[in-house]
Design a protein around this ligand. Structure first.
Ligand code: HEC
Ligand code: HEC
Length: 292
């Protein structure tokens, strides 16, 4: 905008000056008038015209210089965007090499394929634009990748003997918080990377048990005699004998509805929705049905 205004001004100025020269030229000066009657500056006599032209050139150069300066922030933003994209592209390469096998091609971990152990990284929370939330995300991702977490997520930082240096972890961070999963998809396509395939569900109860006790649900729920020891939500023992969260009768269909969207049945609940394929919901319900 500012650049445009300055360029317009720069174009207008010579027009004005020319118009002025034209105007003073038309002031008819009696042929026999003495030289002193002619305005020494605006007269069209050789010398002052040169001075005027020199001034115009000077002002023009100044205006063009200003226009260049005003355009600078825009160019800088563009350069920063290119740099960000470059870093995210590097991050995508690192992701495909080291993280894909557990967190999945879409970054959705067990939500995209329940046989993957990784947590979803492609979430609205991790892509939040809120400054505080973003800062917390960056810190959490850097620390988790550097040091690992729990029994499955490895430590990747060089400080822990891993392959990823500070810069590479930063690039992964930019990829995840920027939500550039399209870049990961590009690399998978371009390099024909093998994407983890889903284990076919042959035994729904066993698959359901895996999801509930060793995957998506175990961080919040406990089931006696299994690795699920979460305490955020109620223990699921005997769930088939009671109403689901006090709001739905226990049936297989209701169980699937609850897991897919708890808040729809109990507004304000802190249990997150699970956007899983129907067979997975079916498997979960089949397993929970056995908890009598
Ligand atoms: C061997 C499987 C595996 C690999 C490979 C793996 N992760 Fe993980 N990751 C996990 C598991 C499991 C968790 C959940 C850990 C927990 O909370 O107990 C996790 C959690 C995370 C989290 C925390 C997410 C959150 O919201 O709490 C981040 C970030 C993460 N991984 C990033 C990465 C990155 C980046 C890579 C590649 C450099 C990677 N992971 C490779 C299994 C893996
Ligand atoms: C982030 C924590 C969290 C996760 C993860 C979670 N839940 Fe929940 N769940 C809750 C909370 C909290 C409640 C209690 C809901 C209420 O009453 O508002 C709940 C309630 C339930 C209930 C009803 C329990 C009862 O005693 O009535 C079932 C069934 C259930 N969850 C199944 C699951 C399944 C299956 C998964 C995994 C696909 C899962 N939950 C993942 C937090 C979680």
């Amino acid at each position: 905008m500012l650049t445009l205004a300055i360029v317009l001004g720069a174009l207008l100025l010579p027009v004005l000056v020319l118009a002025e020269i034209w105007r003073t030229r038309r002031v008819t000066v009696p042929a026999d008038a003495p030289d002193t009657q002619i305005d020494p500056v605006l007269s069209t006599s050789g010398m002052s015209r040169k001075i005027l032209l020199a001034m115009v050139v000077l002002v023009e150069s100044f205006l063009l210089f200003m226009a260049y300066g005003a355009n600078e922030p825009f160019r800088q933003t563009q350069a920063a965007e290119r740099q960000l994209e470059f870093a995210q592209h590097n991050g995508a390469h690192t992701y495909v090499q080291y993280c894909l096998s557990c967190h999945g091609a879409e970054g959705k971990g067990y939500l995209e394929n329940v046989s993957l152990p990784g947590k979803p990284l492609n979430t609205p929370e991790l892509q939040s634009n809120d400054a505080d939330q973003h800062k917390a995300n960056v810190k959490m991702i850097a620390q988790t990748v550097e040091n690992g977490r729990g029994a499955v997520m490895p430590a990747w930082g060089v400080s822990n003997g891993g392959p990823l240096n500070y810069e590479m972890i930063n690039e992964i961070n930019l990829l995840i918080t920027g939500g550039r999963w399209d870049l990961v998809a590009d690399i998978i396509r371009a390099e024909s990377v093998a994407v983890p395939t889903e284990a076919p569900i042959t035994d729904p109860v066993a698959t359901g048990k895996l999801i509930v006790t060793a995957g998506a649900c175990s961080s919040c729920h406990a089931v006696a005699g299994t690795s699920a020891r979460g305490t955020v939500g109620p223990a699921l023992d005997g769930i088939a004998n009671r109403r689901i969260a006090g709001v739905l009768d226990f049936t297989r269909e209701n169980m699937k509805r609850w897991v897919a969207n708890p808040a729809q049945h109990k507004p304000g609940t802190t249990m997150p929705p699970y956007n899983l394929r129907d067979e997975y919901l079916e498997a979960i319900a089949s397993y929970l049905e056995t908890l009598r």
